[in-house]
Design a protein around this ligand. Structure first.
Ligand code: ATP
Ligand code: MN
Length: 468
């Protein structure tokens, strides 16, 4: 079908021109004098195109008068100056064809307010609403900005596997992948399930991160990134966690944590600027209806400098804060959301990059610092914290010294043989390198102000929920 997108009609077409548009009716109003007004949305932009259909259409009585919200139509007509306010043009229909009727009685998306909780139960139809259309467009823009950013800087896009035999962060939070019959799996002589007889001849999992698999490409080809779905089986029912989410993970060659932090800051600013520039109508909607500070926050961040702070300094600030905590800050313990929010929202009012966390709470592959004056061990890790969302990026400089890495693996109770190829990178031409992971959905949440992460991915996977 030779159709014009409503976005083009509204931005690039002139009064007097003809066009054909196709989409879904959002609202209909039939007026007495033989006129009907439809607002049509085709997903190309936030705005609707107003269509004026009158009784001169041959199917006016038979079809147009029966249209309701949700019907799909194709309309050919002429662009005329709009009588109503809000839009410069509307379309006078010359021909209106109904593609799909919509049962007004049972259609779940009525032209009224629906709660996000309700809309999650109709995840297949929620993209017909203003909010979910806008989320989908912002998410799309973020993804294209991610590729633009790295491609412009010469990073190579590498596809890492989704099924993996390695466990990036320590066991317990991965989904197993198996074709064994769960009711009667083969057993070894000790009575344990015999995964040697499984599809891959060993235990396999859905990946929690592409990092370990992308490092060999970084240590061969230079700067790289991977971008794909990742899976975590933690039973955390929070507004910021999904069991399946998308992560973009750059890995920088010949780089330390300062290079990594600089990249993360430039990267986030690039994404936010792209969204501000290309999703203005969608952001305006979020700013009016979802979070009144979102535009100001995004603009502010695009122009501000991120704060750099060590974990130990952060602990000092939190320890001196005059307030009661659910989790009193204590050196050695991980930062809680309340701590992260205190730093970004109350202390600095901008993003904060916290570095050099205690080694004991971080994975084995992070570069080990020399002990501090008090003998405490930290690693060259960083978390980028932003207001409201908290941690949006987690990263580190990688441990490239073979002996130190092997020591850390023993400390973490990991078996070296399982990581033989990862250790090879430190044996054969090892280099300092660093990287981070940005959770795509956390980023979409941040850009839209959407409170629940389940509302920024088309089909959220969370504990006890995989309907669609
Ligand atoms: P958190 O402490 O918030 O649970 P994490 O420290 O376990 O996150 P990392 O392993 O550092 O997360 O992952 C890198 C990034 O991936 C995080 O900064 C976050 O943006 C995102 N992320 C991690 N876990 C989830 C999840 N379950 N759902 C959505 N995004 C996630
Ligand atoms: Mn993290």
């Amino acid at each position: 079908m030779n159709r014009t997108l409503i976005q083009d009609v509204l931005t690039a077409r002139k009064i007097g021109e003809s066009a054909t548009v196709a989409g879904w009716v959002r609202t209909v109003r039939h007026s007495k004098g033989g006129f009907s007004f439809l607002s049509l949305n085709d997903g190309s932009c936030f705005a609707q195109l107003q269509i004026v259909a009158d009784q001169s259409l041959p199917n006016y009585e038979a079809e147009v008068l029966h249209l309701s919200a949700g019907c799909s139509v194709v309309v050919a007509g002429e662009l005329v100056a709009s009588q109503g306010k809000g839009q410069a043009v509307e379309m006078q229909a010359r021909e209106l064809r109904v593609l799909g009727q919509c049962d007004a009685e049972t259609y779940p998306i009525q032209p009224k307010h629906h709660s996000f909780e309700f809309l999650r139960t109709v995840a297949h139809l929620r993209p017909r609403t203003n909010t979910f259309g806008a989320v989908a467009r912002v998410r799309n823009r973020i993804c294209s900005a991610i590729h633009e950013f790295f491609q412009q800087r010469g990073f190579l896009y590498v596809h890492t596997p989704i099924i993996t035999a390695s466990d990036c962060e320590g066991a317990g939070e991965q989904f197993g992948v198996s074709t064994l019959d769960p009711a009667a799996p083969p057993r070894d002589e000790k009575g344990q399930v015999d995964f040697a007889q499984d599809f891959f001849g060993r235990r396999t999992y859905l990946t929690v991160s592409g990092q370990l698999a992308v490092e060999p490409y970084c240590c061969s080809l230079g700067d790289v990134y991977t971008f794909g779905p990742t899976f975590r089986a933690e039973n955390s029912n929070t507004p910021r966690h999904l069991a399946e989410f998308w992560m973009v993970e750059p890995e920088l060659a010949f780089a330390d944590l300062d290079d990594d932090a600089r990249l993360a800051e430039d990267f986030l600013k690039f994404i936010f600027s792209a969204v501000l520039q290309n999703c203005a109508d969608d952001l305006k909607f979020f700013n009016e209806r979802v979070d009144k500070t979102i535009l100001e926050t995004l603009q502010g961040i695009a122009e501000s400098e991120f704060v750099r702070l060590s974990y130990t300094e952060a602990m000092d600030i939190l320890g001196k804060a005059n307030r009661t905590w659910d989790y009193p800050p204590k050196w050695g313990a991980d930062l809680q959301t309340e701590h992260e929010r205190f730093l970004t929202e109350e202390t600095f009012h901008r993003p904060v990059i916290v570095t050099d966390y205690p080694a004991a709470i971080k994975p084995f592959y992070m570069y080990l610092n020399d002990p501090d004056e008090q003998g405490r061990r930290t690693v060259r890790a960083m978390d980028v914290l932003v207001p409201k969302t908290g941690e949006i990026i987690g990263g580190s400089q990688r441990e490239h010294r073979l002996d130190v890495l092997e020591g850390r693996m023993s400390d973490c109770g990991l078996n070296r043989d399982d990581y033989w190829w990862y250790l090879d990178l430190r044996r054969y031409g090892g280099i300092p390198h660093a990287g981070f992971g940005l959770g795509l959905e956390r980023c979409v949440q941040f850009c839209t102000g959407m409170a629940n992460i389940r509302d920024v991915i088309p089909y959220p996977r969370t504990p006890r929920n995989a309907e669609f």
